[in-house]
Design a protein around this ligand. Structure first.
Ligand code: COA
Ligand code: AMP
Length: 635
C-alpha cells in the first residue's frame, strides 16, 4: 500500500494550524484554546494559548472513565530482581492519586518543582504522573548522575520536594541512592525541605526525621483514608516538566515542556509515526531519566491508551542476550524502541542471533532505534534476525518527539540505510552553510528547523530565555539550530552525521565534553586539558581525556590518571563512562590558541586528517599520535 506520508506532510505545510487543530481533537480539554498558535507570545510563539487541560487526566483518568479501567496500563519488568508487577489503568489511577495526596500533604502545589531521582521502578512513573495531576512541574534526574550533577539541578529548578529511592540496581552492584541524595542536598545552595523515599527491599536506608517521608507509608495512609485528589486544570502553556540535558558547559540546560502541545504531538505520533493502536503493548527500553523515557515509556503510550513496559535491566548480562526477546514474548510487545547501542551489545554477545528463535515474537511488528546514529550493520543484523522493519528516527531532548523518521503509521517508505528518513509534519528541516545560506542537496551543513517549532518542542529553557535564544536561535535567524551536521539527498531523505558542538553520544547518552574538561581542570596537577569523543564499537563514542600536567609534577603519571578517572566518576557520575586519560606534553593549538580537538579525534579514530593551516606547531600532532599509540589507540 502506498504511503500517505507525502499527502499528510503537504497538508501540514499548507495549513499548519489547521493540521494541529485536528490533532488536538484527540485530547480532552477542560477549556479549548483561544487560538491554535499565537505567534506573538513566548519567544517564537506558543501553541494552544488559553486552553486548560491536565496531562494526568488524559494519560490515566479518561481511560478509566472510557472503558480501559481493567486494561493493563503499565508493566514493570525487572530483569535485575526477576520480578514483574502489572497495573491496570484503574490501579495506576489509585497509585497516582495516593501519591498526589502525599505530595499535597507535603505542601506541593501547582507550579512547584519536584525532582524525581529514581531507578527504573514503577513508582518513578507514578511520581511523574502525580506531579502532572496536581500541576506540579517534575524534573527527573537520571540515576547514573553523581551528587554534584543532582545538586546543580536542585539549584536551577529550586524544587519544593525530591522523590527518590533507597537504591538502584546495576549489574554486579547496588547503587545506594540515599548517600548521593543527601550529598546533593548538602551541596546545593537551594535548601530542600522534604523528600519522599521509596525503600526497596534490596537496600534499606535511614530516613532523616522531619525531612524524609516513607513512600510506602505515605501512599498506604492516603489509600486507607480514601483520599481523592482531582486533576488540576493547568494552562496548556504551563510547564509539565523540566528535563536537564547537556549543553556546551558543565551547566546543563533545563528543557521546558508544556502540557498542551506535548500531549497533542505525542498522541499524534503514536498512531501516525509509530503505527500503534490503543490497547497494544509498547516498550521503550530506555530510562525515565532521558527524554525517550519521558515521551515513550510514560506519556505517549499512556496518552494513547496503550500498555507500556518499564524495564529495569540491560540488553545483555541480565541474565543474557535473550532478555529483550523474553520481555517481548512474555508481554506481547508490538513495538520496541531502544538505542542502536543496545543492539550492538546484543549482536556482540549473540552474533548469530541464536536466542531469538527461542521466544514467541509473533506479536512483534516493528523495532525503532534512536538516540544516536544507527549504523547500517546493526540495522541489517536486526532486520535479518527479527524479520521486522527497523526504523531509525532522529530527534532530541529539545523536540520531545521525532523530527524525522520512516512513518510506520502513514505507510512505510523505502528504507535508505544510514538515514533517519524524512521530516515529520511540524518540521521544515533545512541545511545551511555557516553563513546561513541553503546548501545544495547532498551537501553537508548545519541542520536547522524553520521556526516556529511544532507543538511539544521546548518553548524555552527554564529561567533562561536569553540562553535559549543564544544557544538555539541567534546563529541562524528564523531557524532553530539542532547542532547536528548532516545533509538532505535528492529524495528528501535526511542524513545526520555528527554534532557541530562539543556534545558526544556515549551509549545513546548525551554528554558534554566541555563539562568533563571542567572536571579534569579541577585536578590540582592538571595545567591544561581536552576531552574528545572517540569512535567506540559498542557505545558509538567514548570519551578520551588529554591532560598536560603542571611543570614540576613528579608524581606517578599513572596514578594521576587514575585519580582523574575517579574524579569524573565522582563529579559527573558513572554514566560519563570516562575511562581513558592520556598524559601529553602539550596540546595541539592554532596560533590563536584554539585547541585542535577535531584533529585529535581524527587521529584517535584513524581517520584521514589534514594538517590544519593555522596550527602553531605541527610536531605536537606527532606527539599525540605517539601517546595514543602507546595506549593502543589509533593504531
Ligand atoms: N544508575 C547508576 N549507574 C548507572 C545507571 C543508573 N541508572 N545507568 C548506567 N549506570 C552506570 C553503569 O553501571 C556503568 O557503570 P560502570 O562504569 O561501573 O560499569 C556506567 O554507568 C556506564 O553505563 P552505560 O554507558 O550504560 O554502560 P553499560 O556498560 O552499563 O551498558 C549498554 C552498556 C549498551 C548495555 C547500555 O548503555 C544500554 O543498554 N544502552 C541502550 C539503551 C539506553 O539506555 N539508551 C539511552 C537513551 S535511548
Ligand atoms: P538527546 O537529546 O539525548 O536525545 O540527543 C540528541 C542527539 O542525539 C541529536 O542531536 C543527535 O546528535 C543524536 N541522535 C539522536 N537520534 C539520532 C539518529 N537517529 N541518528 C543520528 N543521530 C541521532
Amino acid at each position: 500500500m502506498a504511503s500517505r506520508y507525502h499527502d499528510v506532510y503537504d497538508s501540514w505545510k499548507r495549513d499548519p494550524e489547521g493540521f494541529w487543530a485536528v490533532a488536538a481533537k484527540a485530547i480532552d480539554w477542560v477549556k479549548p484554546a483561544d487560538k491554535v498558535f499565537d505567534e506573538t507570545a513566548g519567544i517564537y510563539g506558543r501553541w494552544f494559548p488559553g486552553a486548560l487541560c491536565n496531562t494526568c487526566h488524559n494519560a490515566v483518568d479518561r481511560h478509566v472513565e472510557n472503558g480501559r479501567a481493567d486494561q493493563l496500563a503499565l508493566i514493570h519488568d525487572s530483569a535485575m530482581t526477576g520480578t514483574v508487577r502489572k497495573f491496570t489503568y484503574a490501579e495506576l489511577q489509585a497509585e497516582v492519586t495516593a501519591l498526589a495526596a502525599v505530595l499535597v500533604d507535603q505542601g506541593v502545589g501547582q507550579g512547584d518543582r519536584v525532582i524525581i531521582y529514581m531507578p527504573m521502578v514503577a513508582e518513578a512513573a507514578f511520581a511523574m504522573l502525580a506531579c502532572a495531576r496536581i500541576g506540579a512541574i517534575h524534573s527527573v534526574v537520571f540515576g547514573g548522575f553523581a551528587a554534584r550533577e543532582l545538586a546543580t539541578r536542585i539549584d536551577d529548578a529550586t524544587p519544593k520536594l525530591i522523590i527518590s529511592a533507597s537504591c538502584g540496581l546495576e549489574p554486579g552492584r547496588t547503587v545506594a541512592y540515599k548517600p548521593l541524595l543527601d550529598g546533593a542536598i548538602d551541596l546545593a545552595r537551594h535548601k530542600v525541605e522534604r523528600t519522599i523515599i521509596l525503600k526497596r527491599p534490596q537496600l534499606d536506608c535511614e530516613l532523616v526525621p522531619g525531612r524524609d517521608v516513607d513512600y510506602a507509608q505515605g501512599v498506604a495512609a492516603a489509600k486507607a483514608a480514601g483520599r481523592k485528589i482531582d486533576c488540576v486544570p493547568v494552562a496548556a502553556t504551563d510547564p509539565l516538566y523540566i528535563l536537564y540535558t547537556s549543553g556546551t558547559t558543565g551547566q546543563p540546560k533545563g528543557v521546558v515542556r508544556d502540557n498542551g502541545g506535548h500531549m497533542v504531538m505525542l498522541h499524534w505520533s503514536m498512531k501516525n509515526e509509530f503505527g500503534i493502536d490503543p490497547g497494544e503493548v509498547f516498550w521503550a527500553a530506555s530510562d525515565v531519566g532521558w527524554v525517550v523515557g519521558h515521551s515513550y515509556i510514560v506519556y505517549a503510550p499512556l496518552l494513547a491508551g496503550c500498555t507500556t513496559v518499564l524495564f529495569e535491566g540491560k540488553p545483555v548480562g541480565t541474565p543474557d542476550a535473550g532478555t529483550f526477546w523474553r520481555v517481548i514474548a512474555e508481554h506481547g510487545v508490538a513495538s520496541l524502541f531502544t538505542a542502536p547501542t543496545a543492539f550492538r551489545a546484543i549482536k556482540k554477545e549473540d552474533p548469530r542471533g541464536e536466542f531469538v528463535p527461542k521466544f514467541d515474537l509473533s506479536k512483534f511488528r516493528t523495532l525503532f532505534l534512536a538516540g544516536e546514529r544507527a549504523d547500517p550493520e546493526t540495522i541489517k543484523w536486526a532486520e535479518r534476525h527479527l524479520g521486522v522493519p527497523v526504523i531509525d528516527h532522529w530527534w532530541q531532548t529539545e523536540t520531545g518527539a521525532p523530527i524525522s523518521q520512516n512513518p510506520v503509521g502513514l505507510g512505510i517508505l523505502p528504507v535508505k540505510y544510514g538515514s533517519p528518513c524524512v521530516p515529520m509534519p511540524g518540521y521544515d528541516v533545512q541545511v545551511l552553510d555557516d553563513a546561513g545560506h541553503p546548501v545544495e542537496r547532498g551537501t553537508l551543513g548545519n541542520v536547522v528547523l524553520k521556526l516556529p517549532l511544532p507543538p511539544g518542542c521546548l518553548p524555552t529553557l527554564w529561567n533562561a530565555d536569553q540562553r535559549f535564544r543564544q544557544a538555539y536561535l541567534d546563529e541562524f535567524p528564523g531557524y532553530y539550530k539542532t547542532a547536528d551536521a548532516g545533509y538532505i539527498d535528492d529524495d528528501g531523505y535526511l542524513f545526520i552525521m555528527a554534532r557541530t558542538d562539543d556534545i558526544i553520544n556515549v551509549a545513546g547518552h548525551r554528554l558534554s565534553t566541555g563539562g568533563m574538561e571542567e572536571v579534569l581542570a579541577e585536578h590540582p596537577d592538571v595545567a591544561e586539558c581536552a576531552v574528545i569523543g572517540m569512535a567506540d564499537a559498542l557505545k558509538g563514542q567514548a570519551p578520551c581525556g588529554f591532560v598536560v600536567l603542571n611543570s614540576g609534577v613528579s608524581r606517578d603519571v599513572a596514578e594521576i590518571e587514575r585519580e582523574i578517572v575517579a574524579l569524573v566518576r565522582e563529579r559527573i557520575g558513572p554514566v560519563a563512562a570516562f575511562k581513558i586519560v592520556v598524559t601529553i606534553k602539550r596540546l595541539p593549538k592554532t596560533r590563536s590558541g584554539k585547541i585542535l580537538r577535531g584533529t585529535m579525534q581524527k587521529i584517535a579514530d584513524r581517520e584521514d586528517w589534514k594538517m590544519p593551516a593555522t596550527i602553531d606547531d605541527p610536531a605536537v600532532l606527532d606527539e599525540i599520535s605517539e601517546a595514543l599509540k602507546a595506549r593502543g589507540i589509533g593504531v
